[in-house]
Design a protein around this ligand. Sequence first.
Ligand code: SF4
Ligand SMILES: [Zn+2]
Length: 435
Amino acid sequence: MMVKIDTTKSFCPKCMKVLDADIVSKRGIVYIRKKCDEHGSFEVRHSWDQEKIYKMMAKIPKFDTPDSLVLHITSKCNQNCPFCYAMANDNKYELSMNRIKNILKKFKGKWILLSGGEPTVREDVFDIIKLVKKMKFKALLCTNGKKLADEEFVKKLKDSGLDVVNLQFDSLNDKTYLKLRGQRLLENKMKALKNLKKYKIDTTLFVMLIKNINIKEIRNILNFASKNTDFIKIIYLERAWKVGRTLQHKDTNSSDVIKELKKQANINSNEIIEVAEFYHYLHVILKKMKGTDALENAGCELNCFIMFKGNEVVPLSRILFIKKINTVLKFVYGNKFFIPMKTIVSIPYISYILFKSFVEKKYFRAALNEFIKLRKGVSLKTFDSPFTQLIIRVEPEREDVDLNICKNYNFYSDIIDSDNIIPAYYRHMIINKLK
Ligand code: SF4
Ligand SMILES: [Zn+2]
């Protein structure tokens, strides 16, 4: 039986008109229902298609200021992947240095993600990184890693001040790379990682997941990351998008990824929800305490912190009594006197919980280290923490976009022929028209 659980707005996938939409649940699976006068009715799975996850994501408060800006500095690429949302090499554009400067001058967030196409094919990529750093942003390079197999190139990235590399890393199997990327890339990725490790550049693995191709490989990737926790601190598990250039593939929903995490790594959805809530409440409180206005927790990301202990993948919720802490944080967060409240209520309470963790013994030192760092109010995407951040990411698509949840979408993007910025998901949706 279908039960209406919420309302939102969404696009007509044909004409992109904004439509009123119902969020309905059928046996715990969430769908969006909408009707365009011209193109008829649509019922599609929500991008957060597990009811309990949807409910958590829907209650995240909305913020106006995006934290991250993706600059598509070129449409050229040194690969020609069969799956490419950006349709690299099909469109022709390049962001001039002047336009980059103008866009950066207006941006109030913290992170600049250099993307494309493949940003490293631009000869002036080092100058762009230097400019980003000079303007006091954090610089992140989204790359397929081809050029990073060259040690000299990585050294120059480091010397330019690059903070993080977000490396396309879909598999540890060349057969998978042949399907997804059209060529054998494993050796190249390994060389790139060796160089990133040598030059101590913090690295995130960006894994595009497709149900019938590489979703079964999550555990292999986690095992690989577990051996490289000194510099690999974030793993993005992202479903393949249906925008741009894609081959036929089975739709992959967030619930598919969550189910596989249970099967392959024994992490269940309640544990993921608890950690995601913890991340969210703590983050908002810290942001308020610091007085900054940007939000790093996005409506397109479900954050889970994990540790590797031997063969076990341990979510933070097994280390701390996150559920109890969440109750306190939620109370503190919702209270207008929350600054005095934090001293009166939260610190002793959380310390008590930590103490209990100590009594319960496991992982106390690691948890305490992490907690101390969080208390300093640094980014939770901290690269020197004992935890690895596992992020389940769903980029909304024309069919399943939920504009209510998207208000909390913190990735913005340049748009062709303008110095303005728009939500990155919106750019992806309209990119087909730019052919
Ligand atoms: S997916 Fe990335 S690496 Fe592949 S062609 Fe597109 S831009 Fe290039
Ligand atoms: Zn329509």
